[in-house]
Design a protein around this ligand. Structure first.
Ligand SMILES: [Zn+2]
Ligand SMILES: [Zn+2]
Length: 659
C-alpha cells in the first residue's frame, strides 16, 4: 500500500483520475485487486465456512518485529524513533473457563462448547444455554478453557453412548442416571469423588482420556492466533479433600505438539498438590514443555490453601517451599465464587476488606469458618506468612503474583456488572437467579460476584510472552473492570519521572515492575514506587490508589499497613468518595472520582533490615452491582440485605524487598 501511495503522489491529477478509474473497473471484474475493505466484508460473509484460524491469519508475526536494534541500525534511523525495548502492552484475559466438557457444567445444563467459548471471547454473539443472545462489550486478548480433569469430557460421550466407555462401571452408572434425568445423583457422586480421591474406580480408560485430551489441545491450537489472540492449553486439577478447596488451573505454554504428550492429572490420580507438582515436573523433563499451576478459591479451602504445614501435616521444608514457588508463580485471587484478597477478620484496619466475601465455610460447606481459615485461606495473609517462612527456610513458598478470572461454567467469560452470565445454568440471567442455589444445594445466587479478569503486561499477545509474564508475575487482578495499572519500584526515581511520557521505559530502566524484587537498600534510602492508574475507558472513575505494605518484624511477627497514595476530588484522608448510584435506573455518574492517578510514593516507615512486600490496590467509585441491574431488568424485589452497590477494584502483584 505504501509503495502505491508514493507512486500515485508523483502522478499528475490526470493520471490519478485514469488510475482510479482503471482500478475501480478492475475491482468489479477481478477479486484479486479488491480494496482491503471489500476483502474484509467478503470474509465476514463467509466466516461460517472458513476455519477460524485462517479468518484471522496475521500478516505480521511477532518474530518479524524488530525489538532490538544494533548500534549500526540505530545510526541508520533517520526519522522514526527506535521501538522502545522496554515496551510492554496490557492484555486482558480469562485463564479459567469451563464448558460442556466439565461434568458439573454439563449437569447444570451447559451445552456450549469450546468453539462457542472462543467465539464469545473474540467478541462474537453466542446464544447462551438459556436461549439469550450474549456478547462481550469488548473481546478478550487471551483465554484458557480449563475444564475439570476429573472425568474430563465424559458426559457428552456417555450421552452419545461412546463404545470406549461401555466397560467403565461408574460411567455406565452415571449414564443410567442421566437417562433417568437424575442429575442430582450424578452430581453428588462426582463431588464425592473429589473429596475422597484418589479413587481409581473413578478413572476412566487411559485411551479415552488421551483421545479427549487430544481433541482439547488441538482445539486450543486451532484458536491460537499468534499476535492477535492467545488460546492456552489448560485444564483444572480439582482436589477438595474433606470439601476443602485445593483447586488449581494447570496452564501450559505449549501447543498440541508437546501438550498432547500429557494426560491431565486429576484429583483421582492424586489429591495432594505435591503429587500434582511431581506430575508437572515429570511432564517438563520428558517433553521439554512448560507449565504452571494457578490456585483458586483459597477462600473455600478451610485454611488449607496457604497452611503452614504440608497436606499430610508434616513440617514445611526448604524443598517444599522452592517446589511450590516454582510451580505456582501466580494465584487467582478473585472470581465468581468470591474474592480472596483478604478478609476483615485478618485485616481489621482495612475498610475495604469485606469485598464479595464467601466466608461462611469451606467449598462444600462441610466446615464452618474459624479464624485460621481466614489466616491461611486469603492472599494477603499468605503474602505475609511467606516472609516468615522465607526467614526460616531461605525460600518463600508464597511469593506469588495475583490475577483474576471468571471460573464461569457456562462457556461465557463474563465479569461485567451489567453483562453477567453467572456461574452455572441456574445462575444464567433469569428473574430467580439471585435466589437459586448453586448446584441446587450450595450458596444462593446473590453470593456470586461478577468477577474477575487477568491483566498481563507482555511484549506480544502470544503464548510465549503471556506465559513468561505470568512466570515473572508481571500481572494483576481486577474484579471485572479494565482498570490500567502500572507499578514500578526502585531506589533512584526522581519526581519528574512520574510525568515522563513513557513511564514504563523509566520504570524498567531505573527499577523493577510488579512481581519483581528490590534487594539490599542503598544507605539511607527508602524504596520509591512509580504508580500510574487509569480508569476503564468505558467504565467508572477511580476513587483512590493505595499501597498495601506487609512486613516481618525482628521478633518474627508479620504486619500490614494500608497507605492512601492518591484520593480523587481533593478529598482529605478519611473522607469517602461520593456515592452517585441511582438504583432506580440503575446508573452512576462520573461526576465524581478521577479518570487517572500518577503518583510517586516512598515508604515513610522503611526499615532496611526487615523483609517487606508492597502492592497497589485501585478502587473504583461505587457502581451498581449486577443484582441491582437484575432487579430492574427482571422487575424483581430482592430482600433488603442483598448488596446492590459494589466498589470494583484492581490489585497488582507485589514488589518484594529482601534485605
Ligand atoms: Zn475449581
Ligand atoms: Zn473451575
Amino acid at each position: 500500500m505504501l509503495h502505491n501511495n508514493k507512486r500515485i503522489l508523483k502522478l499528475t491529477a490526470f493520471f490519478v483520475f485514469i488510475a482510479l478509474a482503471n482500478s475501480l473497473a478492475s475491482c468489479r471484474g477481478n477479486e484479486d485487486s479488491m480494496t482491503e475493505n471489500t476483502a474484509r466484508d467478503t470474509i465476514s460473509h463467509e466466516e461460517e465456512g472458513i476455519p477460524f484460524a485462517s479468518q484471522y491469519a496475521p500478516t505480521v508475526f511477532p518474530g518479524d518485529v524488530v525489538t532490538k536494534l544494533s548500534e549500526e541500525e540505530l545510526a541508520e534511523l533517520e526519522y522514526s524513533p527506535p521501538i522502545a525495548n522496554n515496551t510492554t502492552r496490557l492484555f486482558w484475559g480469562d485463564t479459567h473457563l469451563h464448558t460442556h466438557l466439565s461434568v458439573d457444567a454439563y449437569l447444570r445444563g451447559t451445552r456450549l462448547t469450546r468453539e462457542d467459548a472462543y467465539r464469545f471471547a473474540r467478541g462474537k454473539i453466542v446464544t447462551s444455554d438459556n436461549g439469550m443472545k450474549a456478547q462481550l462489550r469488548r473481546p478478550l486478548d487471551f483465554l484458557a478453557v480449563a475444564d475439570h480433569a476429573s472425568q474430563l469430557g465424559i458426559l457428552p460421550r456417555l450421552a452419545a453412548d461412546d463404545p470406549l466407555l461401555r466397560d467403565w462401571a461408574i460411567g455406565q452408572r452415571w449414564a443410567k442416571f442421566l437417562k433417568e434425568g437424575n442429575i442430582v445423583q450424578v452430581g453428588v457422586e462426582w463431588a464425592e469423588s473429589m473429596s475422597t480421591s484418589p479413587d481409581p474406580k473413578y478413572l476412566n480408560e487411559p485411551e479415552v482420556r488421551r483421545s479427549i485430551w487430544n481433541d482439547v489441545v488441538k482445539d486450543s491450537d486451532k484458536h491460537n492466533i499468534p499476535g492477535l489472540f492467545t488460546a492456552f492449553v489448560a485444564h483444572e486439577w480439582t482436589s477438595a479433600p474433606e470439601g476443602d478447596n485445593l483447586h488449581r488451573v494447570v496452564l501450559f505454554k505449549d501447543g498440541a505438539g508437546i501438550a498432547s504428550e500429557n494426560i491431565p492429572f486429576s484429583a483421582q490420580d492424586g489429591d495432594d498438590p505435591e503429587q500434582l507438582w511431581a506430575h508437572l515436573e515429570e511432564y517438563e523433563k520428558r517433553t521439554g514443555g512448560e507449565v504452571i499451576a494457578i490456585p483458586h478459591n483459597s477462600n473455600g479451602s478451610g485454611g488449607q490453601m496457604f497452611a503452614p504445614v504440608r497436606l499430610d501435616g508434616s513440617e514445611m521444608n526448604a524443598q517444599y517451599a522452592a517446589t511450590r514457588a516454582k510451580w505456582e508463580p501466580i494465584v487467582e485471587v478473585t472470581q465468581v465464587k468470591g474474592d480472596s484478597e483478604t478478609h476483615p477478620s485478618v485485616s481489621p484496619d482495612d475498610e475495604f476488606a469485606d469485598f464479595e466475601s464467601w466466608d461462611e465455610g469451606n467449598l462444600a460447606q462441610t466446615k464452618k469458618s474459624v479464624l485460621s481459615h481466614f489466616q491461611y485461606g486469603y492472599a494477603r495473609p499468605a503474602l505475609r506468612e511467606g516472609l516468615r517462612h522465607e526467614s526460616k527456610l531461605g525460600t518463600n513458598p508464597f511469593k506469588f503474583g495475583m490475577i483474576g478470572s471468571t471460573d464461569s461454567h457456562t462457556g461465557l467469560a463474563t465479569a461485567d456488572e451489567d453483562n453477567f452470565f453467572g456461574k452455572f445454568g441456574e445462575s444464567l440471567p433469569q428473574p430467580t437467579r439471585y435466589a437459586n442455589q448453586m448446584f441446587a444445594v450450595l450458596n444462593e445466587g446473590f453470593w456470586f460476584g461478577a468477577s474477575g479478569l487477568a491483566a498481563v503486561w507482555a511484549k506480544e499477545n502470544t503464548r510465549e510472552e503471556i506465559f513468561a509474564a505470568m512466570k515473572r508475575r508481571e500481572v494483576y487482578a481486577t474484579s471485572g473492570p479494565r482498570i490500567s495499572v502500572q507499578f514500578f519500584g526502585g531506589w533512584d526515581f526522581a519526581d519528574e519521572d512520574i510525568t515522563t511520557p513513557d513511564l514504563a521505559d523509566t520504570g524498567y530502566r531505573k527499577g523493577v515492575p510488579m512481581g519483581g524484587d528490590l534487594l539490599t537498600a542503598p544507605n539511607g534510602k527508602s524504596p520509591q514506587f512509580l504508580i500510574s492508574a487509569a480508569k476503564d475507558p468505558v467504565g467508572a472513575n477511580l476513587d483512590r490508589v493505595q499501597v498495601i505494605k506487609g512486613w516481618l518484624d525482628s521478633d518474627g511477627y508479620t504486619h500490614e499497613k494500608i497507605y492512601d497514595v492518591a484520593l480523587s476530588d481533593d478529598r482529605k484522608p478519611g473522607e469517602s468518595v461520593q456515592n452517585t448510584v441511582d438504583l432506580q435506573q440503575p446508573s452512576y455518574s462520573n461526576s465524581v472520582g478521577s479518570t487517572h492517578f500518577n503518583s510517586i510514593w516512598s515508604d515513610p516507615a522503611f526499615d532496611p533490615a526487615l523483609r517487606a512486600f508492597y502492592y497497589v490496590r485501585v478502587l473504583q467509585i461505587p457502581t451498581p452491582r449486577w443484582t441491582a441491574y437484575d432487579e430492574i431488568k427482571f422487575q424483581v424485589n430482592m430482600p433488603e440485605e442483598i448488596p446492590r452497590i459494589v466498589q470494583d477494584r484492581a490489585y497488582t502483584s507485589a514488589i518484594w524487598y529482601t534485605p
